[in-house]
Design a protein around this ligand. Structure first.
Ligand code: FES
Length: 103
């Protein structure tokens, strides 16, 4: 399927060390700012599809509130069960102050 870059939000709306849940072109995403760099990963837990926008961010990872799997917000890697599949990672471009994500 063809992908496109979509404008998502200004960089200034994502706090450093924090994340924001958004839906872009029908896809739930987590936009995070880790150490001043912006990342985008899927916003749906790979265990039971819980909305990770309700999760808790500690350092570089989001914890799913339902069964506490943790995922790296930069790479999507899952750190602990019950989830076993990583989160999908989306390409990010910054133009001026605007974040664009390839969906
Ligand atoms: S739904 Fe996220 S760990 Fe179970």
């Amino acid at each position: 399927m063809a992908t496109s870059y979509y404008p998502v939000m200004p960089v200034s709306k994502v706090p450093v060390g924090g994340m924001v849940g958004v839906e872009v072109a029908g896809t739930k995403l987590l936009i995070s700012n880790i150490g001043g760099k912006v990342y985008a990963v899927s916003g749906v837990c790979t265990h039971e599809e819980f909305d990770l926008a309700e999760g808790i961010v500690v350092e570089d990872a989001v914890t799913c509130p339902l069964h506490l799997s943790q995922f790296d917000l930069r790479t999507g890697v899952v750190y602990n069960p019950p989830a076993t599949e990583p989160l999908k990672v989306f390409n990010v471009k910054i133009d001026g102050d605007m974040i664009f994500v390839e969906v």
